[in-house]
Write a protein that binds this ligand. Sequence first.
Ligand code: MF3
Ligand code: CO
Ligand code: CO
Length: 275
Amino acid sequence: MMMNYIQADTAGDTRDGAIKLHGPEAFAGMRKAGKLAAACLDMLVPLVKPGVTTEALDAAAQEYILDNGAVPACLGYRGYKHTICTSVNHVVCHGIPGSKPLKNGDIVNIDVTVIVDGWHGDTSRMYPVGQINRKAERLINITYDALMLGIAQIKPGNTVGDIGAAIQKFAEAERCSVVEDFCGHGIGRLFHDAPNILHLGNPGEGEELREGMFFTVEPMINLGRAHTKVLADGWTAVTRDKKLTAQFEHSLGVTATGVEIFTKSPAGFDRPPYD
Ligand code: MF3
Ligand code: CO
Ligand code: CO
């Protein structure tokens, strides 16, 4: 696909559709931001249990980020008023923290984005609340494996379509569906930049991956159908069939030979069970 690539240090911090290619200093910046975002998700692990409210988790995340001298990227972003998104059970993404307590058997995605020295670290994981049932556990495992199979496709010369195809092929073989209405995104000094990273597609199609690209992979996988809708609050995306959905997200950079994941868990809590 014809696409415009630009050396990031000569580009402005605007979203003009060009794909930015970054150098070593930018990688160092993303490493720091990604590590803090992942450490924030680690910090939340012991707090996620039956009875906790998602607004309490939001407050803990905000305090942690500010204490570490960073900025919560979501706070004030397009009018969003919170630090994290908390997407419970059939909420696909962008669930708003609130006063309703989590209950035993829920599954919740927590998505956090921090800004450190101007660089964005964006990551999310699934958290089981108490004891969850086998189909929820299965969906979480499929979704994590889909993310990592997508990431395994990343190296210069492969394409965005290779990532999406790997995710789709695996998820559909497990009789799950891939959400099409939300995608991964370029990231760096901007929160959401080119290119879009669709979680489905055909091998060899879409933008070519080049050394120095930064983007997220963040598949949302459903037990039922792929269709979603956004609730009247303007944020909360849910499955139309109200069946369970799950998501994991990493921020990463394309290296000369493959990929560097910026948001790996310092505690080893990349996937449940977290013990
Ligand atoms: N972190 C989300 C993403 O993965 C975006 C959340 S935008 C917000 O891109 F405003 F809802 F926070
Ligand atoms: Co993202
Ligand atoms: Co995110």
